[in-house]
Write a protein that binds this ligand. Structure first.
Ligand code: SF4
Length: 322
């Protein structure tokens, strides 16, 4: 599962006058992993988009003003036309062409080389465990961790530097996030994002108690992971979908805050929906701040927590900052 809501750290902060527009094109939901918490878990039967549709969408996204293009799935790299899509994106003129991936195809050096030649400028690996045992258990794909690590090494051997990582934070891995942070450093990722699992749809909705941790339990481990990045000299490690009261002192490392400063707008075009106001619809549909947030001085910046989380666990862990 890729972090399909946003993927990963963007290209960095920018002044308001230089804000970018970001287009995320979902190529389809086919994937060779089977992450049980995947937000698209129940969408695998939906047909992937055709090559012609995707090239047409790229042209429209460019006309809309997108500078930053992200191709995601499912697993976009599995497509027979993946290199053609990247070449088309380059020809259309996107400044950044990123893909979020489970990383397995990049283990093949010829594929990694071809993808860079085609024009990929940034690659975001989804790494859900610090060991093969944990990652492969979460992806339900034996050997997926070894292939991902080989993929990172292939790209580094080619001199490619814009390697990012994301991890979905679930009950099974939150205690190991500092260990995961150490792995991120060893693999040489320049940016990292820890994504609090989304139970609005898909696998984590269906199996909430299996996958969704209490934020009060997960947040300290997420902060410790950010501290590992800080100790190594980087603040380009982020957390996503978290209430700010659990991340005081880390406000500059919250993805949504960074994105508001970096991107003027983000669109998502998937096989089964189109969303041209991703942040607005997330606030309207998926996340909420309960009445107990009243008076919190962080409320303006904070998106609260998942509505589904509040429905199941309640709001007692959210503590207004006065
Ligand atoms: S109390 Fe509510 S508004 Fe304040 S930081 Fe926590 S979730 Fe956000």
């Amino acid at each position: 599962m890729k972090a399909r809501r946003s993927g990963a750290p963007g290209p960095g902060s920018a002044s308001p006058s230089a804000k970018l527009r970001k287009a995320v094109l979902f190529t389809g939901y086919s994937c060779n992993n089977r992450c049980g918490f995947c937000v698209d878990y129940e969408k695998r039967h939906i047909p992937d988009k055709t090559t012609a549709t995707l090239i047409r969408e790229m042209a429209r996204a460019k006309a809309w003003g997108a500078d930053y293009l992200e191709l995601i799935g499912g697993e976009a790299s599995l497509r027979a036309d993946f290199l053609k899509l990247v070449r088309s994106a380059k020809k259309i003129g996107f400044r950044d062409i990123a893909t979020a991936t489970n990383g397995r195809l990049f283990a093949y050096p010829d594929f990694a080389r071809a993808a860079l030649r085609a024009g990929l400028t940034s690659i975001i690996f989804s790494v859900h465990g610090h060991t093969a045992a944990l990652h492969d258990r979460l992806t339900a794909a034996a050997g997926s961790f070894a292939q991902l690590c080989d993929g990172v090494r292939s790209l580094r051997a080619l001199g490619f530097k814009r390697l990012h990582a994301n991890a979905t934070v679930v009950r099974q891995n939150y205690r190991f996030l500092p260990r995961l942070g150490e792995l991120f450093l060893r693999l040489g990722f320049c940016g990292v994002e820890l994504i609090f699992v989304d139970p609005t749809y898909g696998g984590a909705h269906r199996s909430f108690s299996k996958f969704v941790p209490r934020i009060s339990l997960a947040a300290p481990w997420m902060r410790r992971c950010l501290d590992i990045g800080r100790a190594a000299g980087t603040r380009s490690w982020f957390v996503r979908y978290v209430p700010l009261c659990h991340f005081q002192g880390y406000e500059d490392q919250v993805s949504e805050t960074m994105e508001r400063r970096t991107f003027a707008a983000t669109l998502h075009w998937a096989p089964d929906f189109k969303n041209e106001d991703v942040a607005g619809s997330r606030a309207a549909v998926a996340r909420a701040k309960p009445g107990s947030c009243g008076g919190c001085r962080l409320s303006g910046e904070c998106e609260g927590i998942w509505r589904e989380y509040l429905r199941v666990y309640g709001a007692a862990e959210l503590r207004p900052v006065l």
